[in-house]
Ligand binder design. Structure first.
Ligand SMILES: [Mg+2]
Length: 319
């Protein structure tokens, strides 16, 4: 086991949560609105434009991190992935978010529909959408890559974790790819490029594989060009390969990687930077995450505590 495993576990969770919180204000903005409210770009936790993104304040994370923390907690409590218990936790979370509008942090349509079905007692194998290509099961998947040491196991568990909300092949394969990359970097010490290339063998969808190959091939190209080629929208075919690009384009700097994602307009910026942030944290460890972000992140102590518990359970039960 790597000596600095704890640092990489914590940085993956912090990396995702910080990326998500940084990306909230620019999510879904048109270029005109972005230029009006953020003429110098976004470089820190800032308020959203008036009337957008509910009551989320600077440093607060969105539904992406909520789901990621639910999955991490599920792995800790159940000593690994138990799809039924994980689904119960998703359903409980949805009930609160649906019942109290101020508690809804922007749950996407597909997650909403899947969790609603789960809360009505539908089986997790029948609740997920077979049609939606949205990225809701990829943004939450990072804890699986931490928990399971073997990239092949983490990719197969990632697929299962997608099923209750996102049961379409492309969504499951995109989740498998990101979990596998994290396992390769955190547990096997692979470089970002090695992890990105090796994870291509883990996925069973040619169209998605070609998108990830493009993210790798264009990693040194300019963001404006790559954003046009890959796209930055919510579909897993666009946002997930683009998140991998943001990471590969800035392998040595967490801050540069996530801020590139945050300022990729128009786009699903909170989710792209959540995924980019998890990948970058997994690679760099805590030395890569700027303290200024951790200090102002909501729930930072709870996230640290959950990361420590995840590490100790993973050492016992992750395989
Ligand atoms: Mg969100």
């Amino acid at each position: 086991m790597r000596k600095d495993l704890k640092s990489h576990f914590l940085a993956t969770l912090y990396g995702a949560a910080i990326g998500d919180a940084l990306g909230v204000p620019s999510e879904g903005l048109t270029i005109t609105m972005y230029e009006k409210y953020f003429p110098n770009g976004i470089h820190d936790f800032v308020p959203s434009p008036p009337g957008l993104h509910g009551s989320l304040q600077p440093g607060q994370y969105s539904d992406d991190t909520e789901q990621l923390l639910i999955l991490a907690n599920s792995l800790v409590q159940d000593k690994g992935l138990d799809i039924h218990n994980f689904s119960k936790r998703l359903a409980n979370w949805w009930r609160i978010s649906a019942g109290v509008p101020s508690m809804n942090r922007g749950i996407g349509k597909t997650s909403w529909a899947g969790c609603r079905k789960l809360s009505l007692g539908v089986s997790p194998f029948e609740s997920g959408s077979q049609y939606s290509l949205s990225n809701g099961s990829v943004m939450r998947v990072a804890p699986i890559g931490l928990f399971y040491r073997n990239p092949r196991n983490s990719s197969s568990k990632a697929r299962v974790s997608s099923i209750p909300t996102h049961d379409k092949r492309e969504c499951k394969e995109a989740a498998a790819y990101i979990a596998s990359m994290i396992s390769f970097m955190v547990h096997l010490g692979k470089s970002p490029l090695q992890a990105a290339k090796a994870s291509l063998d883990m996925i069973k969808d040619k169209r998605l594989e070609n998108r990830f190959k493009k993210a790798i091939r264009y990693r040194k190209q300019k963001p404006e060009k790559v954003a046009k080629i890959l796209g930055t929208r919510q579909t897993v075919l666009q946002s997930v390969p683009y998140a991998v690009y943001c990471f590969l384009h800035n392998q040595t700097s967490y801050e540069k990687a996530v801020l590139l994602a945050v300022n990729s307009i128009p786009g699903d910026t909170d989710t792209i930077s959540c995924i980019t942030g998890a990948l970058s944290g997994a690679h760099l460890g805590m030395k890569g995450i700027p303290k200024k972000f951790i200090k102002n992140l909501e729930d930072q102590k709870r996230i640290r505590s959950l990361g420590n518990k995840l590490l100790s359970k993973a050492a016992q039960f992750g395989f």
